[in-house]
Design a protein around this ligand. Structure first.
Ligand code: UFG
Length: 323
């Protein structure tokens, strides 16, 4: 029986494929390579194509004996989702429906879903727990929340067993530097800082230094991609062992400001990272920190990386090879 990883050529998906292969799993990958990379997929049987195409996706399910799906394939740029909401709803929801229809048709029941802290929007308190209100402030978060809700109806109609995993800020890379974060264009803080250290950008712009935080910059909960992937593996085994359909936050439960992250990156690289202050980025909440207790208690999950320097050190091993 195989595990299907959709979006297995992307940043998180490629780390998940590598982990599953190391665990000895039989892995099938679907990716249209629109934002993923063929050379990031460490193994398994690869199908290049559009998940939203019903004939293509059903064909993969008919050829392969797929027991479970880990669904990463999606567009994930918050800024772009404001300017092109249709692209996000069509792809992130449309492809999700096609996938779940194929699963239902083939009797495949287990789905671990890549959701996001962006489904919470501006939090009502910190740390954020799974029962807190979900009021997304951008179309990206809205598309993921819609999928979380739709999955419940597939559970009722088709017996789907699912867990949405709400990621906080994912960073880092496979520790040997063989795969890592590769976006084009890059918009995320950690890769931008490291690319700036490599002089690929002249400076990092700090998006707002007038937030109600100790140093005025936004605070985020940075989780290592390998810890995140470990959460997926544990969520899948929880579902297969009869666990109920329920969401889990994946974060370390501690927040770090933009300035603290830049200081950590300077320390790790030993290089200068020039910064400039810019205006706030629309839709950025001041503080996002997870309460990860539910995942720790229920999934027996525990992040191994609990401070930014170690996360950035792994990311740096990858980025410094990309010169
Ligand atoms: N930031 C800067 N300058 C930059 C880039 C980012 O100051 O050039 C700041 C942002 O304002 C934010 C922090 O660094 O405070 C982290 O920003 P990222 O763009 O790295 O990540 P986000 O917090 O915007 O988004 C991440 C994921 C989203 C997810 C969200 C959940 O990328 O997919 O967390 O909150 F929706």
């Amino acid at each position: 029986m195989a595990i299907l990883v959709t979006g297995g050529g992307g940043y998180i998906g490629s780390h998940c494929v590598k982990r599953l292969l190391l665990d000895g799993e039989d892995v099938v990958v679907i990716d249209d390579l629109s934002t993923g990379y063929r050379d990031a997929i460490a193994g398994g049987r690869f199908y290049e194509g559009d998940l939203a195409c019903g004939a293509f996706t059903r064909d993969v399910f008919e050829k392969e004996n797929i027991e479970a799906v880990i669904h990463f394939a999606a567009f994930s740029l918050v800024g772009e989702s404001y300017t092109n909401p249709g692209k996000y709803f069509r792809n992130n929801i449309g492809a999700g429906l096609t996938l779940m229809d194929a699963m239902a048709a083939c009797g495949c029941k287990y789905l671990v879903f890549s959701s996001t802290a962006a489904t919470y929007g501006e939090p009502c308190h910190i740390p954020i727990s799974e029962d807190d209100p979900q009021r997304p402030t951008n179309p990206y978060g809205e598309s993921k929340l819609a999928m979380e809700r739709i999955m419940r109806w597939y559970a009722l109609a088709h017996g789907l067993r699912f867990c949405p995993l709400r990621y906080f800020n994912v960073a880092g890379a496979w520790p040997d530097g063989s795969i890592g974060e590769r976006h084009s264009p890059e918009t995320h803080l950690v890769p931008l800082m490291l690319q700036t250290a490599l002089k690929l950008h002249p400076r990092v712009t700090i998006y707002g230094d007038d937030y109600d935080t100790p140093d005025g910059t936004c605070i985020r909960d940075y989780i290592h991609v390998c810890d995140l992937v470990d959460g997926h593996v544990k969520a899948l085994s929880y579902l297969v062992n009869g666990g109920e359909c329920t969401p889990f936050n994946l974060g370390i439960g501690r927040g770090f400001s933009v300035l603290e992250m830049i200081d950590a990156a300077k320390e790790v690289t030993g290089l200068s990272i020039p910064v400039t202050k810019g205006p706030r980025r629309p839709g950025d909440p001041s503080i996002l920190v997870a309460c990860g207790q539910k995942a720790m208690d229920t999934l027996d999950w525990k992040p191994r990386y609990t401070e930014p320097r170690a996360i950035i050190a792994d990311a740096w091993r990858w980025h410094s090879r990309q010169r």
